[in-house]
Design a protein around this ligand. Structure first.
Ligand code: CU
Length: 679
């Protein structure tokens, strides 16, 4: 009877959770008068001092927040919450011409063609000895599977690698402790046979034909260049999030899975049938060993690898035609499954590397697995069956403890390095602090509203910087002045230096951050490039002196190699262009000083501006449609005479006799046209 009552209670709680999840905002205050008043009880008077960065002073930390559906990364100063930069990655960015100018278009090439958008979820800083080293930021494209690398010397996207045999590159990218590999797991499994590529199959064949993949991307130690080394083809579940071990567990990486039912339809029900899904544990070092020792087979593939050259600032695409793969059933000891609460989201490994926290969003307790117990269970073959030849470990054998009643809808956990963990509770809209020593809840802080991920700078590394926590909320509602139906998302900064959490600051974020990374400013700021050296500019169309500018015609193509410097373009008078010509403006910014970009825009260009950094060359393509005089101008306010930084192109009708000519300043003798005008 006792058992039956417990079962009924558990079922009722399950129903409540499911209903709350379905309703989305069931537990959130909506009016701003109940729990959501902006004058939170929790905000104390000294909060303002704690986040105040005086004019002219710099923030203590950089934080990199993913932009979610804007395909960008936004950089904020902490503790001020100042927006410092938006870095375009998978998305064209009209603000600086990324993805619009001729140099960067190749960055967005994929096997599906030019894809100028993606859903960017997880930023991860590169690592040295398990600590963020401030060199690169790896990010994932969730929709058209890609992994990108941002160089933190320039805060520019320098490399994008498409991931084959993947669909929804969600549990990605996870660097190992010395960037030996960046790992990328597929969210959606795909119909695969080993002849390569996804197959044209019926969805009724999901259970038999679909497989997941986990990609092992090698990273060059010195330059960061990525290379897809091999993939592990895993059972056809959905893979959600991942995290690497550290210390004793540093050879391992862990992935949460759901839809272990392998349902192809109505997943909100179909993927919730089993009482448990799995945490997949993979020994990445052993996998690399198997791959190196010839266990990997090869299959045809088709994926793009795009790289930006540092000196020419020109991106180049390479198309790769094969990929190597391992099958877990051929590789004993490489992969295990640990039973986890159904449909888990985050998997987070504590700084010591001993504890793995599985955030089961539908579960009423938070299970913590012990790595030492996992090792023991493997050694003792303490298995509870297998899936596709992968042993399933017994839940009781790997469990360290369950955190009881942590809150509703746990999604993600990070650590402060002082023995505490902090978990977001989506449904009950709070962050819960609990201890890794006794697994008891120590403090709770309501957040506004419905937090997804949180971020403690270094909170996923060996030594967290346990002073601040940024909570990224999914629902903003009444936190800011209303801006119509569409609101910015909301982040909140919480002081975690003391026993009790203290709310410090709300700040709006650009699009929807899913995760973030934070790092001490002194690990990044000193390396920041101030301008590009003109004499290192290897762009083939660069012009390094005003006397070398040129305008040349080749058939219907006109090439204008020009310069910009405060406060004029050379040339600024151009004639001899005709309707329908393809005109390429190759503009070199001759400045050699920090923060003097020049922009370039011309009337009617169906393109973005270009924003050219000092010492760099960029190209704007323009096809004039009508005869007339077309002004062009600098779009970035560069000097007191910025408004005078302008010029004209004369466009004549097709077949006109007007020769190519160009000049700046006093009319000089017109230089001869370098090629004749084609008729
Ligand atoms: Cu200018």
């Amino acid at each position: 009877m006792e058992t039956l009552i417990n079962k009924l209670k558990a079922a009722a709680l399950k129903m409540t959770l499911l209903m709350a999840l379905a309703a989305g905002a069931a537990f959130q205050g909506c009016s701003g008068t109940e729990q959501g008043n902006s004058k939170d009880e929790a905000v104390s008077a000294d909060a303002a001092t704690a986040v105040y960065v005086a004019p002219g002073e710099h923030d203590e930390l950089y934080s990199f927040l993913s932009g979610g559906f804007n395909g960008q990364v936004s950089v904020y100063g902490i503790p001020s919450g100042r927006l410092l930069k938006i870095i375009p990655v998978f998305t064209q960015f009209a603000e600086n011409g990324y993805g619009y100018n001729e140099e960067s278009k190749a960055m967005l090439m994929t096997s599906h063609g030019f894809v100028p958008w993606d859903d960017l979820h997880h930023p991860k800083l590169s690592r040295a000895d398990g600590m963020a080293d401030g060199r690169w930021l790896f990010v994932n494209g969730n929709n058209t599977p890609r992994v990108a690398r941002v160089d933190l010397k320039t805060f520019e996207t320098v490399e994008i690698m498409e991931i084959p045999n993947s669909a929804g590159n969600h549990c990605s990218p996870y660097p190992t402790n010395n960037n030996e590999y960046v790992l990328a797991g597929t969210r959606f499994s795909v119909p695969l046979d080993m002849k390569g590529g996804t197959q044209d199959v019926s969805l009724n064949d999901y259970k038999d034909k679909f497989r997941g993949s986990i990609s092992f991307i090698k990273v060059d130690k010195e330059h960061g260049d990525m290379e897809l080394d091999f993939q592990i083809l895993v059972p056809g579940f959905d893979y959600d999030l991942a995290n690497g071990g550290k210390g004793p567990s540093e050879d391992w990486v862990f992935f949460t899975t759901y839809n272990t039912e392998k349902s192809a339809t109505l997943k909100e029900l179909g993927a919730s049938q089993n009482d448990r899904d799995y945490l997949a544990a993979i020994n990445w070092k052993l996998a690399a060993k198997y791959a190196a020792e010839g266990k990997a087979k090869e299959m045809p593939a088709n994926y793009y690898h795009n790289k930006m050259d540092h000196n020419s600032h020109i991106a180049k695409s390479t198309v790769k035609k094969t990929v190597r793969y391992l099958l877990p059933e051929d590789c004993p000891g490489m992969m295990y499954l640990l039973p986890a609460p159904k449909s888990p989201h985050g998997i987070d490994v504590d700084p010591t590397g001993e504890y793995m926290v599985v955030n089961g969003k539908l579960a009423s307790s938070l299970p913590v697995f012990a790595f030492s117990k996992m090792q023991k269970a493997i050694k003792n073959k303490d298995f509870d069956g297998e899936v596709n030849g992968i042993p399933v470990l017994k839940y009781e054998s790997v469990l360290a403890a369950e955190v009881k009643e942590p809150g509703l809808g746990p999604l993600h956990t990070e650590f402060d390095g002082k023995g505490n963990a902090y978990s977001t509770m989506f449904v009950s809209s709070e962050v819960v602090k609990w201890s890794l020593k006794d697994f008891q809840v120590k403090d709770r802080m309501p957040v506004y509203y419905s937090p997804g991920h949180l971020m403690i700078p270094g909170g996923d590394t060996r030594e967290p910087y346990g002073k601040y926590m940024v909570v990224m909320n999914k629902i903003t509602k009444d936190r800011f002045l209303p801006t119509g139906p569409e609101l910015m998302h909301s982040a909140q900064l919480i002081d975690i230096s003391g026993e009790k959490m203290k709310m410090l600051l709300d700040f709006p974020t650009v699009a929807e951050p899913h995760y973030a990374q934070g790092i001490r400013a002194d690990l990044v700021a000193p390396n920041s490039v101030k301008f590009f050296k003109l004499d290192e500019n290897t762009h083939p169309e660069a012009v390094k002196s005003e006397k070398d500018v040129s305008v040349t015609r080749n058939g219907r193509n006109v090439k204008i190699n020009m310069t910009s410097i405060r406060s004029h373009f050379t040339p600024d008078n151009i004639e001899g262009v005709q309707v329908g010509d393809t005109v390429l403006f190759h503009v070199t910014n001759l400045e050699q000083d920090w923060d003097v970009p020049h922009g370039f825009a011309i009337m009617g260009a169906n393109n973005a501006e270009t924003l050219i950094m000092p010492g760099a060359t960029q190209t704007l393509k323009w096809v004039p449609q009508q005869a007339g005089i077309y002004p062009f101008y600098c779009t970035d306010f560069c000097s007191a005479l910025h408004q005078e930084m302008q010029g004209y192109v004369r466009v004549s009708p097709r077949g006109s006799k007007v020769p190519i000519s160009f000049s700046t300043g006093e009319k000089k003798p017109v230089p001869p046209a370098t090629a004749s005008v084609s008729k």
